[in-house]
Design a protein around this ligand. Structure first.
Ligand code: ZN
Length: 299
């Protein structure tokens, strides 16, 4: 259980997958290679990690209090993690925080769908995958979605920078396109996932400094090298969010320890590891209601 004597540790970036698996062959081949050492194969990983309990164990082993669980709807590029799968995993588990996804090419009225997902299904944020599904973050067809997210008070995060999955297209991953969204929706929390790795680190850092509502998330970046990529990280430490990208990282614990070992102030480390996320997500706020699962009328 979360330890109230220390600042919360929040992993802002954890994946899950639909069962049976729905994924392109190239994705499965990559995951087989990636997970061979730790789990034997992707199939063996999927057998072990399907339940909420298995995800809570991952958090406990790392000393993390909360994990943001991400839906993913990019069928050309990566495995599907449907909103339903994420909802089922997180229902009744206040430590597992569900983030929905929308694919503007697969949904007729994404803004209305977002409203339903948040109001009726307990989602606390939205993740979009521009490089996986081929749209720019400032695409006008997404503006109603951003307006709705701002109205609902939920954060939006975009995948930015490179991806190892062969079908992804890098041009959509330039975080500079998030600037339009941040300016047009000043009350929307806008999160640059992967901080534009590696060719747009400066863009990500600049936006986090410049725009009060823009945050950088460091999932998938080796924490030991953070200060090489961002020598002035301390200056934006109120705008940086820790995330692991599990299961693509072997241990979450190693990542957290590596951040604690960086030459940053204690306060900066606390903010990066969970303080900022807790503020954005309203963790510890007694008015925050955690989702108990579908109401009887829904099933
Ligand atoms: Zn990821």
């Amino acid at each position: 259980m979360p330890d109230s004597r220390r600042a919360a540790v929040v992993d802002f970036h954890i994946h899950c997958y639909d069962r049976p698996l729905r994924a392109p062959e190239s994705f499965v081949a990559f995951m087989d290679r990636e997970l061979a050492k730790t789990y034997g194969s992707f199939a063996q990983f999927l057998e072990r990690y399907g339940s909420a309990e298995s995800y809570l164990r991952v958090l406990d082993d790392a000393g993390a209090d909360y994990g943001v669980i991400l839906a993913e709807l990019a069928p050309i590029t990566s495995a599907i993690a449907s909103n339903e799968t994420v909802e089922a995993l997180c229902a009744g588990q206040p430590r597992l925080i569900p983030f929905a996804s929308l694919n503007p090419y697969l949904t007729e009225n994404p803004a209305r769908q977002l409203e339903r997902l948040v109001r009726d299904h307990g989602f606390h944020g939205l993740k979009l995958y521009p490089t996986y599904s081929y749209f720019y973050p400032n695409d006008p067809k997404l503006y109603p979605v951003y307006a709705k997210a701002q109205e609902l008070g939920i954060p939006v995060k975009w995948h930015t920078g490179t991806s190892v999955f062969p079908a992804s297209r890098l041009k959509y991953g330039d975080p500079v396109y998030i600037d339009d969204v941040a300016v047009d929706f000043p009350d929307l929390v806008a999160i640059i996932t992967h901080s534009g790795r590696p060719i747009w680190y400066e863009t990500a850092y600049t936006l986090a400094r410049l725009r009060p509502n823009v945050y950088m998330e460091i999932a998938g970046l080796p924490p030991r090298r953070l200060l090489t990529y961002f020598p002035d990280l301390e200056r934006v430490s109120d705008k940086v969010l820790f995330g692991s990208d599990w299961p693509s990282v072997p241990t979450l614990k190693g990542n957290i320890e590596a951040i604690r070992a960086l030459p940053l102030s204690d306060r900066a480390k606390e903010q990066v590891l969970g303080g900022n996320a807790a503020r954005i997500l309203g963790l510890g706020d007694p008015r925050r209601v955690s989702y108990a699962g579908p109401k009887p009328t829904d099933v």
